[in-house]
Design a binder for this molecule. Structure first.
Ligand SMILES: [Fe+2]
Ligand SMILES: [Fe+2]
Length: 257
């Protein structure tokens, strides 16, 4: 589990997590842009380079947090614009890419979440444990269900049994997502205390996210050793396992940033 060894959770580490996330998205997207779309490919490559440079600074803990946050915000918002623009073109059937619209939307939402996190760090806003749990669950459970959908998207049709298992897991995470949305509206703001119903839900999600992380790492091993038929980018599973890891770690610590 290479990523857990060098995944730091101090402020630099959290900024690095999000920058790396966008950087990976750019690299994954790069594989799926048709050679007819030279302008898009070039713009995306520029974003990858820029995000990569800022990510490196965060990894090496170079410079002060304030400057790093400004650079991270700029690089992220530029990448966000490119993705949102391409998503709109895709909805108009006006771009040749192999990336499904929902997957672009998934990346757009993560880039928006990264901006929110940068702003929270910058302002030093304190979030109550209940608000943090609800936010993390509502945001990430949809992403977790999506991840299973994208494993299916890339997995060869001939993997009948694996695909069936993945579909079942996806449906479980869709139900958990709906439960998170229900708790979000049932437990009204301001949320000063953490109700037992929320603590119970949190504990279930920590357990489910841990087993999802392990499952993704099992598939990761198969993909990296070329032991399963798939068109997935080689390090996609490691990327989404890292996100499951981030979710349960945040839940264990009742935090967003
Ligand atoms: Fe991601
Ligand atoms: Fe994701």
């Amino acid at each position: 589990m290479a990523y857990t060894d060098n995944y730091e959770r101090d402020t630099y580490g959290i900024i690095a997590f999000w920058l790396r996330n966008d950087y990976d998205h750019g690299r994954f997207f790069d594989r799926e842009i048709s050679h007819y779309e030279t302008e898009l490919a070039r713009a995306n490559l520029n974003n990858i380079q820029r995000l990569g440079k800022v990510w490196e600074k965060a990894e090496k803990k170079q410079g002060d947090i304030g400057t790093l946050l400004i650079e991270a915000q700029h690089a992220t918002s530029e990448f966000h614009s490119l993705l949102a623009y391409t998503m709109d073109k895709s909805l108009h059937c006006d771009v040749i890419i192999a990336t499904p619209v929902s997957l672009i939307d998934h990346m757009v939402r993560e880039s928006e979440e990264s901006s929110r996190v940068y702003k929270l760090i910058e302002s030093g806003t304190k979030i109550s444990p209940s608000d943090a749990i609800i936010h993390e669950c509502v945001f990430w459970l949809r992403q977790m269900a999506d991840h299973l959908g994208y494993i299916l998207h890339y997995s060869d049709v001939s993997n009948y049994d694996v695909n069936f298992q993945v579909m079942q897991m996806m449906q479980k995470f869709e139900r958990l997502y709906l439960q998170a949305v229900a708790l979000q509206t049932m437990i009204r703001t301001p949320r000063k205390e953490t109700l037992p119903i929320l603590t119970q839900f949190k504990n279930v999600i920590i357990k489910e996210a841990k087993s999802l992380e392990a499952f993704k790492l099992e598939i990761d091993e198969l993909i990296k050793t070329c032991a399963i038929a798939t068109t997935s980018p080689p390090d996609l599973l490691e990327h989404i396992a890292r996100e499951a890891h981030h979710l349960w770690r945040n839940l264990e610590e009742d935090r967003i940033t």
